[in-house]
Design a protein around this ligand. Structure first.
Ligand code: HPA
Ligand code: ZN
Length: 320
């Protein structure tokens, strides 16, 4: 399984900020660290909900100040991904988390895309960057962010929707997703993580996304599960994240293999690996340890990761 080539389709670059780098960057910029030590940071990473995680995630991101920081963040992620035989990545970033602190968008793009280019050169890792809107902010703020990102249109392949789900349904962002679609961008959204299955329907019907991030709540609605199967809408599932944020009561009760058996195109991803205790292989390992995933199932999941990607048909076939 470690040796199987894999694609990662659900990882937030800000969520790959390991405590070591967080402390290093805080020192570099002479800003007070939220944690005394690496150990103190890891001890603080205990969550009982999505919001309890988001509070620390946004606090951590404050150390990302210049293009070099975004480069290092992305480069360190790619180095770890490469060590786990991840050969294609479609990472998310949250521009609003940075522009809100007056970090110029061009510094964010320069750092991230510089590292992604180097990752392809040095490791052969292909990539497609996805710009996420923060759903707890207004659609007007998302529209302004999208406008500001258009000069960098050639540096991202899609838009997504993340942050606090419950109370912020996808349909709040209908106009900005329509604009992104008109620009020829791929559309994804977090839905059915903490929210119920209605958030998944809403992402499909109001935003016309072609892939759902998380989506584990789909099981509440058999009609939805059949729809996902019949329309081959993939789910980017994040097992360790779901456990840490208590979206599932225990790994034994995770529905990823049930959904796989039902013919849904489920994939395995790390979400925010620096916070949830594992990168890709640790997520796959959890399925072996707690759900008894077989070799065939692991192979099917890695094949799904390429099928569900935004790679062109030829490149997809080359990986299958
Ligand atoms: N859900 C919503 N927003 C996020 C997540 C997540 O799992 N990770 C980073 N932002
Ligand atoms: Zn996520």
């Amino acid at each position: 399984m470690h040796a199987l080539p894999k694609a990662e389709l659900h990882v937030h670059l800000e969520g790959t900020l390991e405590p070591e780098l967080l402390l290093r960057l805080a020192q570099k910029h002479g800003i007070p660290t939220p944690y005394e030590s690496v150990e103190a940071a890891r001890t603080a990473y205990q969550f009982d909900s999505l919001q309890s995680f988001l509070n620390l995630y946004y606090k951590g991101a404050d150390v990302l100040r210049d293009a070099e920081d975004f480069y290092t963040l992305t480069w360190e992620y790619l180095t770890r991904a490469h060590a786990q035989n991840v050969c294609h990545v479609e990472p998310f970033f949250d521009p609003q988390t940075h522009t809100a602190r007056d970090i110029p968008l061009d510094a964010v793009f320069e750092g991230i895309t510089g590292a992604l280019r180097q990752g392809e050169k040095e490791f052969g890792i292909t990539s497609g960057l996805i710009l996420c809107f923060l759903r707890d902010l207004s659609e007007e703020a998302a529209l302004a962010t999208f406008e500001a990102a258009l000069p960098f249109r050639d540096q991202f392949v899609g838009v997504g929707l993340d942050s606090a789900e419950v109370g912020n349904p996808p349909s709040k962002f209908t106009r900005v997703f329509a604009n992104a679609k008109a620009e020829g961008l791929h559309l994804v959204a977090h839905a059915g993580e903490e929210g119920d299955s209605s958030y998944i329907w809403d992402a499909l019907n109001a935003l016309h996304v072609t892939r759902i991030d998380h989506g584990i709540a789909c099981e509440q609605d058999p009609v939805l599960v059949a729809y996902l199967r019949e329309h081959a809408i993939p789910l980017t599932v994040c097992p360790l994240s779901n456990l840490k944020l208590k979206a599932v009561p225990s790994m034994k009760e995770h529905n990823i293999l049930r959904l796989l058996k039902e013919g849904v195109c489920v994939t395995v991803n790390s979400d925010d690996p620096a916070y949830f205790g594992g990168y890709m292989n640790e997520n796959y390992e959890a399925l072996v340890t707690h759900l008894g995933a077989t070799k065939e199932e692991l192979k099917a999941l890695t094949c799904n990761s390429f099928r569900a990607s935004f790679l062109g048909e030829k490149d997809k076939q080359a990986h299958l």
